[in-house]
Design a protein. Structure first.
Length: 77
């Protein structure tokens, strides 16, 4: 069935970073002016990359409805 997940990419100051490259599942996306993308991810395991760096690999059902990553690929809790 899948699940829609929003992904926010932020800069070092925590502000939304526009124009960032995000790969989520089979999708290649670019963040909006506010630093956000969304993707419909298939159930099972997925990989999320931010600017070419693996930021997450694991089950889709473990992802929060809005995941936040730094532009360097580090997950923000």
């Amino acid at each position: 069935m899948g699940r829609v997940v929003k992904i926010s990419v932020v800069d070092a100051a925590g502000a939304g970073a526009s124009g960032q490259s995000v790969m989520a599942g089979d999708f290649e996306l670019t963040t909006s002016a506010s630093g956000v993308v969304q993707a419909l991810l298939d159930d099972g395991d997925t990989t999320i990359k931010v600017n070419g760096v693996t930021a997450y690999h694991g089950p889709v059902d473990a992802l929060r409805p809005m995941e936040v990553f730094k532009s360097t690929g580090e997950r923000v809790d």
